[in-house]
Design a protein around this ligand. Structure first.
Ligand SMILES: [Zn+2]
Length: 575
């Protein structure tokens, strides 16, 4: 992997102000010494995401993520460390000198991205072969231009069962990375290409790197219309939205997004000049998709196929969006058409009009309900179905608004609706309480030890160098009982002797493990509430040592007991 010098990283860390960087994604408001906003990493309606300008770190008190400015970019843009650094350097016009040759063996992730980039190139090139020319003609007959094909890296996988495999073998790509790429399948007669004789779509992550492929059947009676890459270390299909890397800025600017079901819908719309779009790729719409969208806008138009399956899927996706606190609207697509056919046939004007006149989720659900809503029992069933969804909305205000809408829609008094909702919520709460009570409680002494170790770590950040030097001289790592504390302490320890207090954001970057990082963010976020003194440090160290001694003595006693009962001579242990 490419290396960036420590000085450059330091320069970026001191130039890129975390408040400024986070503000590009989250609306922040100042409260006391810190800034607060809605967490971009989990769905919420009250601001529990907090940024500290003093420590240059962020911390969410809802989902407990935390880190420094580089971690933030890594998380929100889905980037690796080096790319996050490049991204920030770009923004702040800091010149980078990256040594691409340092560290000869590339890590697995980099290799996987390389393999995917190369494969996309091969698939695109295949369109120029005799076998692929029919596919190119087909794509063009569907109205796709060569520019679109190139920009979104469409292509063709040859029918030959090891066309891709043999290309990589001659290049000597490490077989471990090839196995994990998901591009090959293991058969009795050895490995072969997963995608054969298919129209290929490249699926990029939000940073624009190709992470997977989807292959559409072409002139074959293969019953599988689409074959997709499996989940790999670089591909999580419930997270990735097709095209988002190209359209995210436009989505943010236009404050709304159109979600379509298929790659071809996306491409046709994009080409027609509609750019605030994404497609769900080869899976149902998930909570994580909703969170991805929430990073950029709140208003979501679902433009699914006009048949009954499409309508049902749009309704399901709508409720997922509603749960995440977004406002879903459903576009009425003429029966039997999908956005791709429609825009190809009539241009984008009628489609855009339909987007303008989208129907609210609950109304659309009511209009397309399978049961007979003219009967009392049909209406009751509808109300219950919708209540089951509304009850899952966490935000009480949004829950009430949906309740009112339902009441107006079906002509049932708001009072009855809220009564039913209340009953359901109570039931849900009882179930959750029951589940919580059945979790095994943590032993109390464990908690005390952890608290003590938390104190130690906080003390390491004391401004007073006398406190830090004291810790440096007195604390022994083996006194720490939890791996969590040990790992964090190991990183902080080396900074204890320097003249300035350790910088939390710097240590965050060094902690590669997310759990450790989140824990550290939690510990140091409100550091100013603490007034550390040498006395409290001495007290903490004494108790840590005492705890360790107690455990040590306890284990010696056990050994003695075991030795006595087995008749061995206990004396050697007593020295
Ligand atoms: Zn959060």
């Amino acid at each position: 992997m490419a290396r960036i010098s420590e000085q450059i990283i330091e320069q970026i860390r001191s130039t890129a102000d975390i408040i400024e960087v986070v503000s590009g994604y989250v609306q922040l408001k100042k409260r006391g010494r810190n800034y607060f906003g809605l967490c971009p990493f989990h769905g919420e309606k009250t601001a529990s995401f907090s940024v500290s300008p003093e420590r240059q770190i962020y911390k969410c008190f809802g989902c407990s993520v935390g880190g420094g400015v580089i971690n933030f970019i890594m998380e929100i843009e889905g980037m690796e460390f080096v790319n996050a650094v490049k991204h920030l350097a770009d923004q702040y016009s800091i010149e980078l000198q990256i040594d691409e040759t340092a560290g000869k063996s590339k890590d697995l992730i980099t290799q996987l991205f390389d393999i995917h980039a190369q494969t996309a190139h091969t698939f695109l090139k295949n369109l120029g072969t005799e076998e692929g020319s029919k596919v190119l003609a087909h794509l063009e007959s569907r109205g796709l231009t060569r520019d679109t094909i190139k920009k979104f890296k469409l292509g063709y996988s040859l029918k030959q069962k090891d066309a891709l495999l043999s290309a990589f073998r001659t290049e000597g790509v490490r077989s471990d990375a090839m196995k994990q790429s998901g591009l090959f399948i293991d058969t009795k007669s050895g490995y072969m290409d997963r995608f054969r004789g298919r129209i290929m779509f490249s699926i990029s992550n939000s940073a624009g790197k190709i992470a997977a492929f989807a292959g559409r059947v072409f002139e074959s009676d293969d019953p599988a219309k689409y074959i997709n890459s499996p989940e790999t270390p670089i591909y999580n299909k419930s997270k990735i939205l097709y095209g988002l890397h190209e359209t995210k800025q436009i989505i943010r600017n236009s404050k709304s997004v159109i979600v379509v079901e298929g790659y071809l819908d996306f491409l046709q719309l994009y080409q027609s000049g509609i750019h605030n779009i994404v497609a769900v790729s080869g899976t149902a719409f998930t909570d994580q998709h909703a969170l991805q969208i929430k990073r950029f806008c709140e208003k979501v138009h679902l433009a699914y196929d006009g048949d009954s399956a499409g309508k049902a899927a749009a309704i399901r996706a709508g409720y997922v969006l509603l749960r995440a606190g977004l406002s879903p609207l459903i576009v009425n697509i003429p029966d039997g058409l999908d956005p791709d056919d429609w825009v190809k046939r009539d241009g984008n004007t009628p489609f855009l009009e339909a987007v303008e006149n989208s129907t609210k989720l609950l109304t659309f659900h009511f209009q397309n309900y399978k049961g007979d809503i003219s009967t009392t029992s049909g209406k009751t069933a509808f109300v219950n179905d919708v209540l089951m969804e509304i009850v899952q909305i966490k935000d009480p205000v949004s829950r009430e608004l949906q309740g009112r809408e339902l009441s107006e829609l079906v002509g049932v008094s708001a009072e009855s609706i809220f009564q039913s909702l209340h009953n359901m919520l109570e039931k849900l709460k009882r179930r959750q309480n029951f589940q919580q009570n059945n979790k095994s409680p943590k032993p109390k002494t464990e908690d005390k030890k952890q608290l003590l170790e938390n104190d130690l770590i906080r003390l390491c950040f004391a401004e007073d160098i006398a406190i830090r030097k004291f810790l440096f001289d007195e604390v022994k790592t083996e006194w720490l009982m939890t791996v969590l504390s040990q790992k964090i302490y190991e990183k902080v320890y080396i900074h204890l002797h320097s003249s300035n207090a350790p910088e939390a954001s710097l240590i965050m970057d060094e902690l590669k493990n997310e759990t450790y990082r989140n824990k550290l963010a939690e510990l140091v976020f409100d550091l100013e509430k603490l007034t550390p003194s040498l006395k409290s440090a001495e007290d903490c160290v004494r108790r840590l040592e005492q705890n360790w001694l107690n455990i040590h003595i306890q284990s010696i006693r056990e050994e003695l007991k075991n030795a006595e009962s087995s008749g061995n001579d206990p004396l050697p242990l007593m020295k």
